[in-house]
Design a protein around this ligand. Structure first.
Ligand code: CTP
Length: 443
């Protein structure tokens, strides 16, 4: 009996898939179809898949062409499968020509011609109207945002505006997008806006965008006070617009799993969360703007693990601050809860080990530096040999995951993050506010 194997995502199953599966089956007597798991697709940066693995498997099964369906979960699994099922022929569509030649060592490899004029990507795009987006700012970060946005279907960057006219010119020309003469002109011409600026400028820029009817994705931390947070969300809600804080860390699969794992109690009861983040930017210019300083810059990220794990109901807070020439290099602080402690260390123009440690009664979670963009963490116990290691791949430094979520929220008419509550946002804004009002002990 000649066994054939093929793999795919099979999202929104279409006639191109069916034609391929029929031809694959005709290459032998028995067809095995590998359907990618949700996790595997996310890990390889394929983010816009609309159906869950269960739905995609059901659709392939209903065709009655496959003799066996398996789930593809990890890099390198194809070799395992070929050996395990004693496969004679590996096949995929011609879009993959050459990519799987390395499997010739294990079986025959055949590329079948792809059906013209149809793909899951095309179907996904047709399902929703494309959201047009304008970028406020022209920096290395906005270039990255633009690149990352191209991995997310359903959104296209129409143009950009920056008060720095020269930078805007270069950015727009190099990226082949429209250069707007003013922020107002951009807002009038787009459905959504991405804002990159320092925290002191966010409130005005966000309010103006919401007033103009644009959905907003704005860099973190969002605002300088609880009042600004309340006002902006009230306006967004009343207009049915999404206001999204771009906290990349939240969307890293590893960080999400870490939170789930802690909730499952594997580390016991959490008694302390210790967070450190620091950065010395390349360009020394940052020192001239106080709002580039420690907690103004790190705010949400530095406080996020504490607030997510220990909650919003802390008893009191103490903040220490090291500033010189009106610039805060280091903010350290402690949040005391009923029965736990959270500490943070946030530095700009100063460097320390950027790790995250969650201390529990049964063990602790250790996330190595830089924890805020991690793919990896460990659950450690008294006996170090019992350490469990967790690895979750993420492509593109987290940005594509948050853009995807932003697009999903707009398309689903969903105004609240499911990973980041309003209460959490308000609590973090309140802490930044204390810092801003200098309720700190200086040293
Ligand atoms: N395929 C095909 N003809 C098409 C589309 C897909 O022969 N028009 C084949 C692919 O070459 C692959 C299999 O179907 O062997 C599963 O492909 P998959 O990536 O799931 O489908 P696509 O439509 O290409 O999806 P996407 O647009 O997300 O890349």
């Amino acid at each position: 009996m000649k066994k054939v194997i093929t793999y795919g995502t099979y999202d929104l199953l279409h006639y191109g898939h069916i034609a391929l599966l029929k031809r694959a089956k005709a290459l032998g007597d028995y067809l095995i179809v590998g359907v990618t798991s949700d996790q595997f697709d996310r890990g390889r940066g394929k983010l816009n898949v609309q159906q869950s693995v269960a739905e995609r498997i059901a659709a392939v099964q209903a065709l009655g062409i496959a003799d066996k369906i398996i789930v593809e979960e990890y890099e390198g699994q194809k070799i395992d499968d070929i050996q395990k099922y004693d496969v004679d022929v590996f096949t995929v569509g011609s879009d993959w020509v050459g990519k799987f030649d390395y499997l010739r060592e294990y079986c025959e490899v055949t590329y079948l011609s792809r059906t013209e004029g149809i793909s899951s990507t095309q179907l996904r795009t047709e399902k929703n109207d494309e959201i047009s987006l304008g970028i406020y700012g022209a920096t290395e970060r906005t270039v990255r945002f633009l690149k990352e946005s191209r991995f997310v279907s359903g959104l296209f960057v129409k143009g950009a505006y920056s008060p720095n006219t020269r930078a805007a010119e270069i950015f727009c020309e190099q990226s082949d997008i429209e250069k707007y003469a003013s922020y107002e002109a951009m807002l009038a011409d787009t459905d959504a806006v991405y804002i990159f600026d320092t925290i002191d400028r966010h409130f005005d820029l966000v309010m103006q965008a919401l007033e103009a009817g644009c959905h907003v994705i704005c860099e973190t931390p969002l605002f300088l006070s609880e009042e600004q947070t309340e006002a902006a969300y009230a306006l967004a809600d009343s207009k049915g617009l999404v206001l999204f804080e771009a906290v990349k860390t939240l969307w890293y699969p590893a960080f999400q799993h870490l939170l789930l794992l802690i909730n499952s109690g594997v580390a016991g009861t959490v008694k302390s969360v210790d967070v450190a983040c620091s950065q010395i930017p390349d360009d020394p210019d940052f020192l001239s703007n106080p709002y580039e300083g420690s907690l103004y810059d790190w705010g949400t990220i530095a406080l996020l693990p504490i607030i997510k794990i220990l909650g919003t109901k802390y008893q009191d807070v103490q903040m220490y601050d090291y500033s010189r020439d009106n610039f805060s290099y280091l903010s350290q602080g402690m949040l005391r809860y009923d029965s736990a402690i959270g500490t943070w260390k946030a530095g700009r123009g100063i460097k320390s080990e950027g790790e995250l440690i969650v201390t529990g009664t049964k063990g602790y979670i250790y996330v190595p530096a830089p924890w805020w963009k991690t793919e990896y963490f460990e659950l450690r116990h008294e006996d170090l040999r019992a350490t469990e290691k967790y690895f979750f791949k993420s492509e593109g430094a987290g940005m594509r995951y948050e853009i995807l979520e932003f697009v999903r929220m707009i398309n689903n008419g969903n105004l609240t993050h499911y990973h980041y509550t309003r209460e959490e946002m308000r609590t973090i804004a309140g802490l930044i506010e204390k810092f801003d009002k200098r309720e700190v002990i200086s040293f």
